[in-house]
Ligand binder design. Sequence first.
Ligand code: HSE
Length: 396
Amino acid sequence: MKIAILGYGIVGSGVAEVLKVNAAQIAKKAGESIEVKYILDLKDFSGDPMKSFFVKNFELIEGDPEVQTVVESIGGETIAYDFAKRAILAGKNVVTPNKALIAAHGAELLALAKERGVHVLFEASVGGGIPLIRPYNGAILTDELQEIAGILNGTSNYILTQMHQNGTSYAAALKSAQELGYAEADPTADVGGFDACRKLSILLSLATGKTADYTNIKTEGIERIDTADFAFAAAFGYTLKQLATAKIRKEGAEAITAPFLLKIGHPMSTVSDVYNALWAQAKTTGSVMFYGSGAGKLPTASAVVSNLVDVALGTHAAHEWTKENVKILPAAEYVTRKIVRVSCSDPAAITAKATKTLPQYPGFVAWITEPETEAQTASALKGLKVERVLRIYETT
Ligand code: HSE
C-alpha cells in the first residue's frame, strides 16, 4: 500500500520513522508492505533522509491512483479538513491523529467516507499511543456505556506531575513539555483543556452515535493551579488531575473537562507524567481502564501506523456518528462535592464553629462540601474570601 503523509511535523515524521523501523513486522501483519510515496510539507527538508519524497502540491497526491491512503498530520481544522475531504472524494482512506478535525467534522467525513467506500480512522486522536479507540469502539460500545473519565492530555498531566512531585514552576514545566514534543504548536489548547475536551467529544460521539459538540462542554484548564493546591488536596487524601469526564444520563450527558480532585488510591491517581488513561464503565462489561503514553512522537505515530494496518486488513469496526447533537446537560446543574479554600485572619474561629474537624493552615481554612451544584456552592460561599474551589471526581 502506497501512502502520502500530509504534514511532516512531530507525528508525520514519526510515521515515516515507524514505517521504516518496523517495516518487516508491519508487512507481515498487514499482508503487504506499507510505503511512503509522497510527503507534503511547505517547509524545506533538504537535509532529511526522506528528502526525495517531498512535494508541495496536494493535487499530485489527489490525482495519483496509486496512493490508497493519506495520513493527515497537518493538524487544525482548516487545511486539514480541505485535504481530508478531497482525499476521500478522490477515493482514498484517511488516517489521522487530528482530534480537532475529527471533533469538528467527524460526522461529515465519516458519512462521506462511507458513501465513497473508504475509511477514516483516528486511533491516535485520543490517548496518543494507547490503542484505545479500537477496543472502546469495537467492544465497549457493544455494551451500554454509563460513564467515562480520562486523563487525556499528556502535556497537562506532565505539567501537573512536575509541579506536584518536583516543585517545578508551571512555566518551566510547560517549556519542558514543549521541548519534549508533547504540547501542540500553540499550547493554549493543552493547558486550557480544549485538547482534552475535543478528545472527550470524540469518545462521546462514538458512544452516542451523535455529535457531541465540544463547544457545549464546559472546559477549564490548569493555568491557575499552584503547588498549594496539591498540599490542600493531599491533606484531605486527594490528588489533583486534569480530567475529561462524561456521565450518560437518561436526559442527556453530563460532560466536563476540568481539574478534579481524585482520591489517592483511585487507579487514575497514579497516572503521571505524559501518561494518559481512560476509565470506562459499561452495564455488563463493568469497569475497564486503558493506560499508556498520551503524547510524543513515536507512540502517537505507532497508533497512526496501526490504523494503516487496519486499512490494509479492512478488519476494524465501523466508526460512525450523525450530525445530530447529543444533549449536553448544563454544567451548572452537575452535583459534586468540592474542596473549598478560603482565606481568613482567624482560621481557628471558623474551625471552632464547624461540625467537622477542618485542617488549619495559617491564614486559610479548607473543607469538603456536601454534594451540591455550582450555584449551591457559590451561595454557601457568599461573602467569604474564596481562594479555590476544586471539584472532587466521584463515580455515580
Ligand atoms: N498535545 C497533546 C497532548 C498531544 O499533550 O496530549 C496528543 O494528543
